[in-house]
Design a protein around this ligand. Sequence first.
Ligand SMILES: NC(=O)c1ccc[n+]([C@@H]2O[C@H](COP(=O)([O-])OP(=O)(O)OC[C@H]3O[C@@H](n4cnc5c(N)ncnc54)[C@H](O)[C@@H]3O)[C@@H](O)[C@H]2O)c1
Ligand SMILES: [Fe+2]
Length: 385
Amino acid sequence: MNHFQIKTSIHFGTDALSSLQRIENKRIFVVTDPFMIKSGMIDKVKLQLEEKNEHITIFHNIVPDPPLENIVNGIQVMSAADPDVVIALGGGSAIDAAKAICLFNNRLNQKEAITKEVTFIAIPTTSGTGSEVTSFSVVTDRTKNVKYPLVSDEMLPTEAILDPELVKTVPPFITADTGIDVLTHALEAYVSTLSSDFTDAFSEKAIRLVFAYLEKSFRNGEDHLSREKMHNASCIAGLAFNTASLGISHSMAHIIGAKFHIPHGRSNGIVLPYVIEYNAHIKGYTDRSFSIAASKYAEIAKLLNLPSSDTRNGVKNLIIAVKKLRKDLGMPASLKEAGVKKEEFYQELDSLAEIAMKDKCTITNPRSPSIGDLKNLFEQAFLGN
Ligand SMILES: NC(=O)c1ccc[n+]([C@@H]2O[C@H](COP(=O)([O-])OP(=O)(O)OC[C@H]3O[C@@H](n4cnc5c(N)ncnc54)[C@H](O)[C@@H]3O)[C@@H](O)[C@H]2O)c1
Ligand SMILES: [Fe+2]
């Protein structure tokens, strides 16, 4: 038996932020990052809330790839604020941090038998993680240089607000990194062992939107339509992978991010073409008995109107299209290009493969990798071609 559910209520499109005006006489706790304060983005949110709500506490210490210390501090501030509504404003880092803060705060409350229903509203300001509709949160242990994906339906936001106005300030390089993260979510969900007709529908739409609008939003951040479409694509891909989960591009990107401090989407962009090739497993096959993953990649090639005379040709052209998009977005094609030094890479190679193997996303990859396979993939990603 299979199951698909959307818990989060989604407000999207122009002026979506005004949906906050429904909140009245509540204690509100906002989790965000310093950029949101400096840029004045927080004022747009406060403007919607201040007239009808007296108690608004703002915790703005979240840094990219939120470390455990961020979560611990956040729990203390949340506990003192005693909110009815938690609002996460920012990229995946702020939303993930808010989720972890709420989760652990709930656990503490349960111990003390405090039962308070808190509404959790996620307002993404990057079009990337889809965190506003997922049960996932990624936190970093800086002492061990490891990222931990937490998974719990308790962390699913009650509401998501997708307002394209909030992403217009995202600089081109973050637009590129986060946009490729969207593509990776959709493609990994599409070939995941947990994919279904339901998740495929979301993946297909997200992939189409990325190929149609990512480069436009990268070239002109003020372009309202492409910003809106990419913001929707990010959330739609989130809906796909929240049920179908992900694959080894993410297992690899998690540890690459933790060890070498390369942004999450950029890490995915480097490994994705190699992972597609590995999953499709078309090299050396002379018959037509390709894997399901290979057939599904070829379906995507068709969907994108890429040449795809047969499965092998479709997979190859999808890989070429992903590499071309990455190049057009000015993104590095290898870890070496992204600044990782040879000695450092080879010193870490064994542990990269071991940690990626244990990552939760490896479980749903369409092809089960060995440690040797993962080492090969990391090496390909380091060298590029
Ligand atoms: N929960 C999930 O399902 C999930 C999925 C994928 C990735 N992640 C995690 O999410 C994190 C990455 O999130 P991200 O890619 O959104 O980046 P991010 O939240 O780390 O933000 C990157 C930078 O962009 C800035 N920024 C955010 N919004 C902006 C705006 N509107 N204008 C200008 N600058 C802006 C931030 O201040 C920050 O400096 C990683 O920790 C990754 O592991 C989580
Ligand atoms: Fe991701």
